[in-house]
Design a protein. Sequence first.
Length: 276
Amino acid sequence: MTASYWKRLLPNYILLSIFLLTILIPIIGLVFSAFKTDTEVIQGPLTPPSQLRLDAFKEAWTTGRFNFFFRNSVVVTVVVVVVSVLLSTFTGYAFGMLPVPGRKILFPLLLLGYMVPFEAVIIPLYHMMDRMELTDTYWALILPQIGLSVSFGTLWMSSFFRTAPRELVDAAAIDGCNRWQTLWKVLWPLARPAVLTLVVLIFMWTWNEFLLALVMIQNETMRTLPVGLAFFQGRYSADIPLLAAGALIVAGPILLVYIVFQRYFIRGMLGGAVKG
């Protein structure tokens, strides 16, 4: 590689380094603060802690009731992700590869739930859930988020199935596979990057959902992590290590999921899942 080549790339690397530092510095300060004492916090957010203390995490987990918030978020997120991905696979397969009657009408209607702002429907949705006596229950969080996730998931998976090799589908039909067998034995293995990308996206959206949980849940023990963290912040606004520990408890699972599925997520974003 010539000097002129590196000279052209140098501004790009400098710009990327600036963006990277802008993102990493607050995260490093948050992580350091979670393991510090109140005295060490005064020294500055980027000063490393003298030792790794877990006192703030223990207090947030018990006193701050993050054990309840974490359980609620896990239950809601797992149910929403599993049901939404399965339904999205079925509807995406139907709209992407099968001759669905009334497709030109049904497909836009299905996507309407994805395009309408959530704030526009939250009040009537609350009254509907209240009449069904579902407020302060998991179902008040699960059902609306499944509806929103399936709307996007249908668009996502149908885009993949439309670009799937028709030769494989035809070969499966010649071998005697019905549509169900074609989906699970032929297309499902090919759809793994798209499916896992959808899993990551729905997981992040559901885990971070704030407005729905704030409106639908009044019982403190039924709150999810984002809402619990907001009330926790108002109660312990002066305790920086405790707040930092609570924030890491909320953000940790998202980071873990992304690290585990990073390879598939990138392949899904750059591969067939985004081809129209």
